[in-house]
Write a protein that binds this ligand. Structure first.
Ligand SMILES: NC(=O)c1ccc[n+]([C@@H]2O[C@H](COP(=O)([O-])OP(=O)(O)OC[C@H]3O[C@@H](n4cnc5c(N)ncnc54)[C@H](OP(=O)(O)O)[C@@H]3O)[C@@H](O)[C@H]2O)c1
Length: 341
């Protein structure tokens, strides 16, 4: 990295992803000269701590982006649609966590371990999209296998933590679980049904084809990031009563044979992946172990006997870190190390 220091805006700084972003910027010693934490009017008058300093939260407005070099957006799609172009026109490079621009042709959708080459020059609109949390961990594991023996089809079932729905969803699981155990009354605000002691096969809105938007994000984004529209992908996305860490049961059909041992070898060497696969010792990836860590964990790798060239596996990652904030900061690191900003 060069020695320049950057003015970094975090839009959504008081939220689950925004807080993790600031944490990761510090942990990875990103060259932040000045931090501009941005949130809604609800956070006016509050401050956030960063690297020993206190920064007043700025209410989102066009002037907030003056002098900003990098704007990390995680305040929802509507805010991104309105303010990301404004931030870019003020000179900032935007890395956006929402789904506002992900499928637009001229917007790179980047997971550095898979398609960092999309960042060899800055995109014209100066907006880079961070993929959906479930997609990120999936493609980190799929891409090295796809390079070895082309993937024909992927079936994925997700088991997604409540933190994927933001800070208020974490609080909802907490209060529902407490109310359930203490015999009190529980409230539902974030999820359509009780999430404590339950699994809800419904994340984001339903589309006309019967899939949820979350499921279709996994389908569409996987093909775009892996730059291969011919891969067939189908998904079921389920919210589970876990605070941190998304898990995925994944069935992969390859064009030619991939031995489970070979898959373990490929994944062991793959960037961003940690293989945890020793069932005899009861060792496999689990959300509780992945929480607070960076890798995408892969285990339970086994032959799918129901098809000719198939493997089954279990993929787990911290949705707030690799699924959101870490991936965004890694994108910023690629830009900085290539002197693109
Ligand atoms: N959670 C995940 O695992 C995950 C993963 C990938 C992508 N994302 C995306 O990241 C974004 C944020 O998610 P989150 O989980 O961090 O949500 P969250 O915990 O609910 O936080 C939302 C943040 O956005 C701010 N905000 C909301 N409305 C605003 C407005 N009108 N003007 C300015 N700021 C506003 C909030 O500020 P106040 O505190 O002032 O209300 C807060 O800082 C969403 O687009 C989400 O889809 C989340």
């Amino acid at each position: 990295m060069n020695r320049k220091l950057y003015t970094v805006a975090v839009v959504g700084a008081t939220g689950a992803v925004g807080r993790e972003m600031m944490h990761i910027l510090q942990q990875r010693k990103f060259p932040v000269g000045k931090l501009v934490p941005i949130a809604s009017e609800r956070s006016q008058g509050t401050s956030v701590k960063y690297a020993g300093n206190s920064y007043d939260v700025v209410v989102l407005n066009p002037d907030a982006f003056k002098g900003v070099d990098i704007a990390l957006f995680s305040a929802g799609g509507d805010r991104s649609r309105e303010f990301a172009p404004i931030a870019a026109s003020c000179g900032a490079v935007v890395i956006d966590n929402s789904n506002a621009f992900r499928m637009e042709e001229d917007i790179p959708l980047v997971v550095p371990e898979v398609n960092a080459q999309m960042l060899s020059s800055l995109p014209g609109r100066k907006i880079i999209s961070n993929p959906n949390c479930s997609t990120i961990q999936l493609v980190v594991a799929l891409a090295p296998l796809h390079r070895y023996a082309r993937i024909k089809r992927v079936v994925v079932s997700t088991y997604q933590a409540v933190s994927g729905a933001g800070q208020s969803a974490i609080e909802e699981l907490n209060s529902q679980a407490k109310a359930h155990l203490e015999g009190g009354k529980s409230e539902k605000k974030v999820f359509p049904h009780n999430i404590a002691f339950n699994c809800i096969p419904h994340i984001d809105v339903f589309e006309e084809n019967g899939f949820t938007r979350e499921e279709m994000k996994v389908v569409r984004e996987t093909k775009k990031i892996m730059d291969d529209q011919s891969i067939a992908v189908t998904a079921t996305a389920v919210r589970v009563p876990v605070f941190h860490g998304h898990s995925e049961a994944v069935w992969i059909e390859f064009e030619s044979d991939v031995d489970p041992e070979k898959a373990r070898e490929i994944l062991t060497d793959a960037p961003g992946v940690t293989v945890v696969d020793d069932p005899s010792a009861e060792r496999y990836p689990m959300a509780i172990d992945a929480a607070g860590t960076d890798p995408v964990y892969v285990g339970r790798i086994r032959r799918d006997f129901s098809i000719q060239h198939g493997l089954n596996m279990w993929i787990v990652a911290d949705n707030l870190r690799k699924g959101a904030a870490l991936n965004a900061v890694q994108i910023a690191e690629v830009l900085v190390s290539n002197n693109l900003i």
